[in-house]
Design a protein around this ligand. Structure first.
Ligand code: SAM
Ligand code: SF4
Ligand code: SF4
Length: 342
């Protein structure tokens, strides 16, 4: 192991362990909390193919992140990652890099029946499938395209049948789908898939977020506990995003990702790479650092390593901790979630 693997820390003493790679900014859903249809409409300019990092460029960057900084986990995301053509080829390249311990993908699940087998063969280990409701009417509104629940459930079944690990992400919005917390919990407990509730977050600038639309972690826990008693369990590893709970007397779990009411910035070891090669050091960053131009202009691996260590070494992001401090929030423009993935 190189020295830099253990020594690279940001300004708040956090290492870099988790890289999230967005492979496209396009999506076949229009979830209003992420890509509202009125903004991401027919005239919206998505990235052109030449602007996207190629699979070769992504592999090269991944090798630097893993070999030089000790990144252990890669998550492929988007937009909808399964819209990127030949994605299994990228998974194959990444999963063969020495030192990488885990490779996962976050997806809306709709295209998993078509791709699950090839993804598994290519070396993908796990998928997190996003599903916000089991009710077609609620889900149709929350995906912005009237897509049926069954479409996603079929994707989940296809992934599980191929032996991929499956977790479910549910964004909870007050008054929109909080009534679905218990039905979702009961269903996925029976199915044996860990369900993770995500507080509705103020990512980007287009989802009309306000604090009143957040259904807080405490409320989610109270709702569950009243019907299905749960108890906290230890994190799997330092920096895990979800806090974990177990249904009492079972080995079935749920998780809560509470970026709004219970921030976890102090252990945040995640970097995010957008589809056009910008490195973001926080989900709520205003700007990313371009890695594509240096890559395409012939930087060596050593030069790329120096560039990334400079960026991470200067990092002091802790947006969720500062959210309540108006002086730090003045007219802040933030990157859109569909640009960098979750
Ligand atoms: N399209 C894929 C999907 O939906 O799983 C991957 C990209 S999506 C941006 C990644 C995750 O971010 C999803 O689980 C989604 O529900 C979550 N997400 C998007 N906007 C959000 C918001 N405003 N608050 C909380 N989670 C959000
Ligand atoms: Fe698409 Fe995922 Fe965003 Fe929904 S959350 S619009 S599925 S990128
Ligand atoms: Fe990490 Fe930024 Fe989220 Fe804090 S707000 S946990 S620093 S991504």
């Amino acid at each position: 192991m190189k020295n830099s693997q253990t020594s690279l820390k940001d300004q708040l003493n956090r290492p870099l362990r988790d890289l999230r790679i967005s492979v496209t900014d396009r999506c076949n859903f229009r979830c209003p909390y992420c890509m509202p249809a009125e903004i991401f409409g027919p005239d919206f300019e998505f990235l052109k193919r030449a602007q996207l990092l190629s699979f070769e460029e992504l592999e090269r960057l991944a090798r630097v992140f893993i070999g030089s900084f000790g990144v252990e986990k890669i998550r492929i995301t988007g937009g909808e990652p399964l819209l990127r053509r030949d994605l299994p080829n990228l998974i194959e390249k990444l999963s063969s890099i020495e030192g990488l311990q885990d490779i996962a993908m976050t997806t809306n699940g709709s295209l998993l029946p078509k791709h699950a087998k090839k993804l598994k063969q290519a070396g993908l280990k796990r998928v997190t499938v996003s599903l916000d409701s089991l009710n077609d009417e609620i889900f149709g509104k929350m995906n912005g395209r009237n897509i049926k629940v069954e479409t996603v459930l079929d994707g989940i079944k296809a992934a599980a049948a191929e032996g991929l690990g499956v977790k479910i992400n549910m964004v909870v919005q007050k008054g929109i789908n909080d009534s679905e917390i218990l039905p979702m919990a009961e269903y996925f407990k029976r199915q044996g898939h860990t369900l993770r509730f995500i507080e509705f977050m103020d990512v980007g600038n287009s989802n009309k977020w306000n604090l009143d639309s957040v259904y807080p972690k405490k409320q989610i826990l109270d709702d569950l506990h009243a019907v299905m008693p749960i108890e906290p369990i230890d994190p799997n590893y330092k920096g895990e995003v979800a806090t974990r709970y177990r249904y009492v007397g079972t080995d079935k779990e749920i998780g809560i990702i509470s970026s709004v009411t219970d921030a976890f910035c102090s252990t945040c070891n995640r970097a995010r790479l957008s589809a056009e090669g910008k490195l973001f050091t926080c989900l709520f960053s205003s700007k990313g650092h371009d890695l594509r131009e240096p890559l395409r202009s012939g930087y060596s691996d050593a030069q790329m390593e120096k560039l990334v260590s400079g960026i991470w070494g200067n990092r002091h992001d802790q947006y969720s901790v500062e959210r309540d401090q108006p002086e730090k929030m003045v007219s802040r423009t933030k990157v859109e979630m569909s640009h960098i993935g979750g």
